[in-house]
Structures are given as structure tokens and as C-alpha cells.
Design a protein around this ligand. Structure first.
Ligand code: MTE
Ligand code: LUZ
Ligand code: MOS
Length: 763
């Protein structure tokens, strides 16, 4: 089955928030952001903006009827700034006008004047001065301090890992429409409709049942709309509440880049200890997360960094310390991988540093220390159905790693200006929200009397194909054709209290709820068939391609439509609502032990690259992956997720340079200065799937959304391997991304030194 939305996408028929015809009298909003990264507000002067043509209102914190309070975990943010501002672009006022242009022009005329305060942008500086969000945490296993004495080699190092812009095609946006009886319906491009509903109710000071949030689909989320879609939806709801007309806000790309948080940059220190045979005995890491100016999802992201601190390796003595460091940048947020990629980069760096020291290949150390069945993760969960070694072994065999290595060596022996590199990248990613309570979902199924089916769940379609998968699941559960089923928009009046579509768990959670709802209706149908046909053994009834079967044989004259119609006239309900909660999850935050994940997704990638040692430019030549997919529900969608995740991870590790000035200004705040991978960067990809049944995922499937992003880390180490071929004696840092500039700086440190020693010309 193809991607459910493909046809509408290609025809341009798919509707996003701004594509729906505007309701009569709709006004447009634009946000006034803080001009400074840290300061006390002296005044907000909106007189000249209000005098501009088409401007209807300028809304500030004083106009908020309920609580001026936001924040998904810790309520530490305002909707509109009061007294102080903490990052550039922080919303301070909202201009409402008759056109988008008038609103944006007027927003630039609102004068926010501030007395500037000290700005911190570096997480290490924030850490030293104790600027934390919540308290730092440590996961540990074994006795790290005692283990160093038993190590033959102890290596230390540092990492500096840049963040990443989400770059969803559809920027943040929302539309609010007043409906009767003081209710507001909000169309939001959000991964978390329930979070939006709750935040609006809080800010307006009204009960949740007065707010309806509806989401058809997103033009990409990638985590950037798990929480950070909320303020924009609350702002339009506030404007609608105050003015009693529909209001829409669409962020301009430049405002979206400037105002919204991104993947967290991390700094890290590591220490790794090995026996001379290559066994890793001890690992000690300190992770300094650049959280930005408010909590947002940072504490949860930090937790996942801790969970994935040792990636797919078994290290008996491990200690990972991690701190959310408060800086004066936009609050950073969820991004595909959710803190996992950063800590996985650190352990991969430590292993690379150890390989340099021991003068062995990085792959040798990686393989030797891979997780095996039954090994313990530092947080106390056991590796069950562990495919770390299997995917590695399958990859090196299927894709003939030895031959690839020999080819690279031969190439390098005969080329001076081009050098090739290879890296193997194993991944291990835990599936479930790490906040156990979020692992719940519900589904609402209606069957109409003509046999067509309407399915609602809390799952949000953001391009990842959840609707295609849910249709596949419902079709399989009912035993009918997929063409009979439609997935409805995600709406808070049909599905209450939904968890965000995130953590790669949307299909697992909502798909399982869908199966439960379908089974409720099927049970009614079986009993009905039993009565109609005078058969007691009702469990032997099933539908196969829309036809009733009994004990595996077709029952003449009884098909889906007849059963549905018969149920209707017999006054049997044709709707069901079901609730699912993932079983056997627990985590004790005092002990930092438990079983937080339903299962893990494994995989191994082999990445080959080529650098030009004169220009610093490079090419990722090929990526070959063995990925642990479970029984796929929709293999085409899954291939798209693996390839897309890989491209996004490779971009993060190689091209996408998120840079900030000391004044907290985003320097790479436009698409002219921020380079994301395009089709020309996309390497040849070969995929092989492991399709063992998952015990938890619907019909044995496994979550697929985030894990493949981390194959991108392999691109970094592949380039590093090529650097090593060019400079066998080179000393390379562990700073990401490995941009072409950085390739040159790694190759020619003496030149960099000379340059930086020269006094800068006055600017
Ligand atoms: N794929 C597309 N096309 N667009 C997206 O926004 N988000 C990713 C991933 N794949 C995303 C995507 C992220 S961050 C997550 S958590 C999962 O999809 C969410 O969907 P799932 O839970 O259905 O996998
Ligand atoms: N979001 C979240 C996530 O709230 N909790 C998680 O554990 C998570 N994991 C990955 C991505 N988003
Ligand atoms: Mo994804 S970072 O869980 O939205």
C-alpha cells in the first residue's frame, strides 16, 4: 500500500492550516520579538504601530485574562514577556491587522526598549556559574572510580556538538475561529493537540471543553512542533478571545528560525578506560546541554541522553552525568532522537579516541564491546531480543565490509588529493516515552451503514505516514480492504487527553488502540453472526477480504456490508472507543533504574565517504544499512523513514551549522547561511531489514521514526577516517558538524594557528 496522502500531495489537494479558505473577517497576526538576549523591559511602545493602516490591535501581557504561563513540564515561560526578556525573539507583543503584510510591518514598528543584562550562550559557562534548569542527573552502573586502576589505557577528550534547525517545510502557524457559546476552534500545526488545548484553556482562564483543537496534517514536525507549536496557537486563540473574530498567525521563515528552539547543542567531557585487548572497562561522561532560556522539554531530552549514553555497547562500569544548562538562547526542544543522538556521538567519539590511542581500528573496538542478549543497560533494563551483534554481523557480511576496507585502502594508496573513509555505526534506541504516563492512547472507530469506516486517533500525520499505517492496521484488524477506511483529522473533541505524536511511538500506541476498538466491534459482529446462523462457536468467525469466514471457509452470502447492515437494523452499535496503555513499563527516578522502554530498535550502517584534501569538500559515497524493522505494516513508508532519517542525521553531523554570536544572536538564521542537505547530497543507500516480530508493536511491527537519524553519526566518523588517511599523525577534535571548513581546519591546524594569531583588521 502506498502512502495514504501521496495522491493529495501530488495534486496539491492536501490541506494545511493556511490552505483552508479564510472565514469571513479573518484577521492576521504578527509577533513582536525581544530585540535583546537578556534584559529588563523599560517600555513597549505600540503607538506608531497602532496608527498604521489596517492595524486593529496590539496585544500585550496585560490583556491576558487567565494565567500568562506556559511550559510542558515546568511552567517557567510566559506567553508574552513581562518585566524581563531572556532570548532574542522572545514574544513580547502581538499585532493584529487586516492583512499579513500590515501585521508584519506594524510588528517591526513596535518599540520594545530594554536595559541589557549579561548574556550567556555557552553551556559550559552556564554550568560553571550554576545556571541550571532542574537538578543535574547521573546514571551509573558498576564502580567507575575503582575501574580505572584495572585499565591499561585511559583516554580523555571533549566534544562540542552543534544543534539543528528543524526546517519543516510548513513554518509554525495556527488559526483560531470563534464558534457559538463562547467556544473557540483552533486549527494548529502541532504534534500535540492536547497540549495546545490545555495551554489555551490556562491562558484564557476557561475550561478545556470550550477549546477545540483540530489538526489535519503537518508539513513536517520533526519534534519542533511537539511543544513549540503551542505558543502560536495560544496567541491566535487569545486574539480571537479578545476581538471575537477569526485570527491566523503564520510565522515567516526568518521569524521561525529566530524565535523557535532547535535540537540542543551539547558540550561534553569523556574519559574511557580499556584493557590492552580492547575491552572497554569504564566510561565516564559529563554532558552539558545547552537548554536555552526556559525548560521546554529539556529535562526529558536530557533524560534520553542519559538512557542512550552507551549506545549499543556493554560497558560494565559506566557513569554519565548530565545537566540542563540555562543560556540566553531560544529554549531548545524535541528533535528526532530527542537527546539520544548527542550522547551517542559522545560515546562514539570516546571509542574513536581510544582506537587512535591503541592504534587499532575503530570498528574492532566497537564490535568487541557491542551489547549481547541479556546485558544490562546502566538504567537497569536488560537487553532483550538484542539485535546489536546480529545487525552488525549481517551488515559486514552482506555488504562485504572487508572488501570495502580493502577498496578504500587501495584508493588511498594511489590518490594524494582525494581520500576515502569508512565507518560502521551501530544504533540502539529505546521505544516508549520515557515519562511512563505518556504511553497511552485511544481510538474511535465508526462504521457507517454502507460499510465505510471512519477512524480517529490521537496520532498526528506529519509526513511520517501514521495515517497509512493506521489504515493498514484497521484493514487488517477488520479483514476488509484499505479503501473502505478513512482517517479523520486529529481532534480534541473526538480523542481526549492525547499524548503528543512523538517518541516514534505514534503507530505503536494509536495502532494498538485501533486494534482494541476494532476487536470490540468484531466481537459484536461474531455474536450477531452466531445468532443469525445458529452457531455457538462464534470465535471461529472472521472477515477475510470483506467476506465472512467460519473455521477458515467462506460463508455463502455473508459479506462485510451485509453484516454491517444487519447489525444496524438489529440495533447493534457500529462505533467503538478503546484505550491502550503500553504494559510493563516503569522507572524510578530516585534510583534511576527501571524498565522505561517497551523494546529497543537496533541497526548498523556502513558509511563510505571521500574528501578533497585541497578544498575540504566531500561526498558521502554510500550508506549501507541493516535495520531492525519488525514486521512492517507499510514497508514503503518505513523505507522513507529510514532514508529520511539518515539524510537528516547526516545533515546534522556534516553540513548544518547552527552558530550563535556572543550576544545570543543566531548567525545562521536564514537559508543562505544555514545549509541543509539537498538531493545532491543524498548518497546511494542500500537497505536490508531484519523482520523479527516485535512483541509490543501492532502486528509485530516496530517503531521506525527516529532511530535511523543516528546512522548519520556514521557520516561524521567516516569523514574522520578519511582525514586519518590524509593525515596519519593528525590530532583531530570531536566537534560537529564536520563542515568542509572544519575538514580543512582539521587537516591544516598550523595554518589555522597562523591565521588566528594575526590581529583582525578593524571591521
Ligand atoms: N517524518 C516526516 N516525514 N516528518 C516528520 O515530521 N518526525 C519524526 C519522525 N519522522 C517526522 C518524520 C519524529 S521526530 C518522530 S518522533 C516520528 O516521526 C513521529 O512519528 P511516529 O511516532 O509515527 O514515528
Ligand atoms: N518526547 C517525549 C519524546 O515527550 N518523551 C520522550 O521520551 C521522547 N522521546 C523521543 C522523542 N520525543
Ligand atoms: Mo519526535 S523528537 O519525538 O517529535
Amino acid at each position: 500500500m502506498k502512502h495514504y496522502d501521496a495522491e493529495w500531495h501530488v495534486r496539491g489537494d492536501s490541506e494545511y492550516v493556511d490552505d483552508v479558505a479564510a472565514p469571513a473577517g479573518m484577521l492576521h497576526a504578527a509577533v513582536v520579538g525581544s530585540p535583546v538576549a537578556h534584559g529588563t523591559i523599560r517600555s513597549i511602545d505600540s503607538a506608531s504601530a497602532l496608527a498604521m493602516p489596517g492595524v486593529v490591535a496590539v496585544i500585550t501581557a496585560d490583556d491576558i485574562p487567565g494565567k500568562n504561563q506556559l511550559g510542558p513540564i515546568i511552567q517557567d515561560e510566559t506567553l508574552l514577556a513581562v518585566d524581563e526578556v531572556h532570548y532574542i525573539g522572545q514574544p513580547t507583543a502581538l499585532v493584529v491587522a487586516e492583512t499579513v503584510e500590515a501585521a508584519r510591518l506594524a510588528a517591526s514598528e513596535v518599540d520594545v526598549s530594554c536595559d541589557e543584562l549579561d548574556v550567556i550562550v555557552d553551556p559550559r559557562v552556564a554550568h560553571e556559574s550554576g545556571h541550571f534548569i532542574d537538578t543535574p542527573r547521573t546514571f551509573s552502573m558498576g564502580d567507575v572510580d575503582a575501574a580505572w586502576a584495572e585499565c591499561d589505557h585511559v583516554i580523555e577528550g571533549q566534544c562540542e556538538i552543534a544543534g539543528q534547525e528543524h526546517l519543516y517545510l510548513e513554518t509554525q502557524r495556527a488559526r483560531a475561529v470563534p464558534t457559538e457559546a463562547e467556544r473557540i476552534c483552533v486549527y494548529s500545526s502541532t504534534q500535540g493537540p492536547y497540549a495546545v488545548q490545555t495551554a489555551i484553556a490556562t491562558v484564557l482562564g476557561v475550561p478545556s471543553h470550550r477549546i477545540e483543537v483540530d489538526v489535519r496534517r503537518l508539513g513536517g514536525g520533526f519534534g519542533g512542533k511537539e511543544d513549540q507549536a503551542t505558543p502560536w496557537a495560544v496567541l491566535v486563540a487569545l486574539a480571537t478571545y479578545l476581538l471575537d473574530v477569526p485570527v491566523q498567525l503564520v510565522l515567516h521563515r526568518l521569524d521561525d528560525m529566530r524565535m523557535t528552539g532547535k535540537r540542543h547543542p551539547y558540550a561534553a567531557d569523556f574519559k574511557i578506560g580499556l584493557k590492552s585487548d580492547g575491552t572497554i572497562l569504564a566510561y565516564d561522561a559529563r554532558l552539558y546541554q545547552n537548554s536555552g532560556a526556559a525548560a521546554d522539554l529539556s529535562t526529558a531530552v536530557l533524560e534520553r541522553s542519559l538512557f542512550h549514553g552507551t549506545n549499543a555497547y556493554s560497558i560494565p562500569n559506566t557513569r554519565v552525568y548530565a545537566a540542563c544548562c540555562r543560556t540566553n538562547l531560544h529554549p531548545h526542544t524535541a528533535f528526532r532522537g530527542f537527546g539520544g543522538p548527542q550522547s551517542m556521538f559522545v560515546i562514539e567519539s570516546a571509542i574513536a579516541a581510544a582506537a587512535d590511542e591503541l592504534k587499532v581500528s575503530r570498528e574492532e573496538l566497537q564490535y568487541q564491546n557491542l551489547l549481547s542478549e541479556g546485558d544490562l543497560f546502566p538504567y537497569g533494563q536488560q537487553a532483550e531480543e538484542c539485535h546489536a551483534r546480529r545487525t552488525w554481523e549481517d551488515a559486514v557480511q552482506s555488504f562485504d565490509f572487508a572488501d570495502a576496507r580493502a577498496g578504500v585502502d587501495a584508493f588511498n594508496a594511489h590518490n594524494e588529493t582525494l581520500k576515502r573513509g569508512l565507518a560502521v555505526m551501530p544504533i540502539c534506541f529505546g521505544i516508549a516515552f520515557t515519562k511512563t504516563f505518556l504511553n497511552q492512547a485511544s481510538a474511535l472507530v465508526h462504521i457507517y451503514t454502507d460499510g465505510s469506516v471512519s477512524l480517529s486517533t490521537g496520532g498526528v500525520e506529519m509526513g511520517q505516514g501514521v495515517n497509512s499505517k493506521l489504515i493498514g492496521i484497521a484493514a487488517k484488524a477488520f479483514g476488509i480492504s484499505a479503501s473502505r477506511i478513512r482517517v479523520e483529522s486529529t481532534n480534541t473533541t473526538r480523542i481526549a487527553n492525547m499524548s503528543p505524536s512523538a517518541a516514534s511511538a505514534t503507530t505503536d500506541l494509536n495502532g494498538n488502540a485501533t486494534i482494541l476498538a476494532a476487536n470490540e466491534i468484531l466481537t459484536r459482529f461474531r455474536n450477531l453472526l452466531g445468532r443469525e446462523l445458529g452457531i455457538h462457536e462464534v470465535d471461529a468467525f472472521e472477515f477475510v477480504e470483506g467476506q465472512v469466514h467460519f473455521r477458515g471457509k467462506p460463508v455463502e452470502g455473508w459479506d462485510w456490508e451485509r453484516v454491517v447492515g444487519t447489525a444496524y437494523v438489529n440495533r447493534i452499535g457500529l462505533s467503538a472507543h478503546a484505550f491502550y496503555a503500553t504494559p510493563n513499563l516503569n522507572f524510578d527516578v530516585n534510583e534511576e533504574k527501571g524498565r522505561p522502554f517497551a523494546y529497543h530498535v537496533y541497526g548498523t550502517a556502513i558509511v563510505e565517504s571521500e574528501i578533497d584534501v585541497l578544498r575540504g569538500t566531500y561526498d558521502i559515497r554510500s550508506v549501507k544499512i541493516v535495520h531492525d524493522l519488525g514486521r512492517p505494516i507499510n514497508e514503503i513508508v518505513d523505507i522513507g523513514q529510514v532514508e529520511g532519517g539518515l539524510a537528516q542525521g547526516t545533515g546534522w553531523m556534516t553540513l548544518e551549522e547552527l552558530a550563535y554570536g556572543d550576544d545570543g544572536r543566531l548567525l545562521s538564521g536564514a537559508l543562505s547561511t544555514y545549509k541543509a542537505p539537498d538531493v545532491y547530497c543524498t548518497p546511494e543507500v542500500e537497505l536490508e531489514f531484519l523482520t523479527d516480530e516485535s512483541p509490543t508493536g501492532p502486528y509485530g511491527s516496530k517503531a521506525v521514526g527516529e532511530p535511523p537519524l543516528m546512522y548519520g553519526i556514521g557520516a561524521y566518523f567516516s569523514l574522520r577516517d578519511a582525514l586519518r588517511a590524509a593525515r596519519p599523525d593528525g590530532v583531530f577534535s570531536f566537534d560537529a558538524p564536520m563542515t568542509p571548513e572544519r575538514v580543512l581546519m582539521q587537516l591544516y591546524p598550523e595554518v589555522v594557528k597562523e591565521w588566528t594569531a594575526q590581529p583582525r583588521a578593524a571591521e
